[in-house]
Design a protein around this ligand. Sequence first.
Ligand SMILES: [Zn+2]
Length: 405
Amino acid sequence: MEYPLDDILYVEMAFGRFYDIGAADSGGVTRLGYTKEEDEMHAVFAELGREMGMEIHSDPVGNTFVSNGGGRGDHYLIGSHLDSVVDGGRYDGVAGILAGLLTMRWARRDGMNLPVRTVAFRCEESSNFGVSTLGSSLVTKGGVGADVAAREGRDGRTLGEIFAERGYSLKPDRISGVREYLEVHIEQGRVLEEYRQRIGIVTTIAGPRRFNLYIQGRAEHSGATPMVMRSDALCAAAELILEIEKIGMAESVRHSVATVGVIENRPNALNVIPGEVKLQVDTRGIETASLDEMERRIKQAGKSICGRRGAGFIKEKTGETRPVAMDHKMQDKLARVAHSLNISHRRITSGAGHDAMQLAEICDAAMLFIPCRDGVSHNKKEFAHMESICDGARVIYKYLQEECA
Ligand SMILES: [Zn+2]
């Protein structure tokens, strides 16, 4: 074994302390942002920090920081999140927090007074309020718009109400003193596994661009309306869905993807021709030009398919985040460090969004991926090896030692 038993046992122990929080009967965990389950996760994180003799503090939006004495002024920030999706896995987010704790534990053991903090950001997943990376956005942007405050969570209360109740601020001071940000995260894909690499050094985090597509046909009697006289919105949607798949395929050469994930059919009745369909489309890419091209072609396909079928077509953009590049110098240094530690690695893009996107707005930021079994995530089957978490921590620890030497 490459790591001392003591390290593996520590990570196992810490992981075990989070294990039962939000456990669902199905075997997964539900730890939604700004709920009591997420609070419990943060309480355990703070406890683990205290047990190491670290200082704990939380900011005005509920993000929790564990810092050694060296982290009081300008510092390196290691972070991730502790919330999950509904019925999610136990490694997404948690792996990065464990890597942060382990790094700080090693620094303490070796008597290194590294200026470092580990942060658990709140509400990274969009599962509760439909917005992702909420905790990190709030403190990097200094607030969120009124539209976000008005969003209702799954329990029917708005984010604004929940913040008021908890005494949190929707217009917090911006986070300061962060020299660089580092995040370890499970890959949530199969690239590292396929290439048998232990670490992925993230080059770019893809920007999602999302749309609602509305198709307006005619809802008429399915028995009385002859085939040639119909405008069937669901048939138009079927054609469009396949076309969007082709568009995604064509742009996959530029690492883009396009997915129709939601379909709403009205009236959704057996004896009525579908009159109205709403599709929700998620496109992602690391190149703005490719995202633009997909958007243009989806619009064109919708117009032409619906036009041919006598249906109306409206495209509405519901969200857009630009692709975010990770810092090049940090990528190169991390690659050198991994190489010197004999930890196999490759550059990789991130299809999923992460807190590192927000931190990149205020400082240099880097991300390391570790393999997760079969690339599965957001699912109870999610699994990563404790050794992989140690790999992430080890690269960060050596990187920080060199930076602070
Ligand atoms: Zn995550």
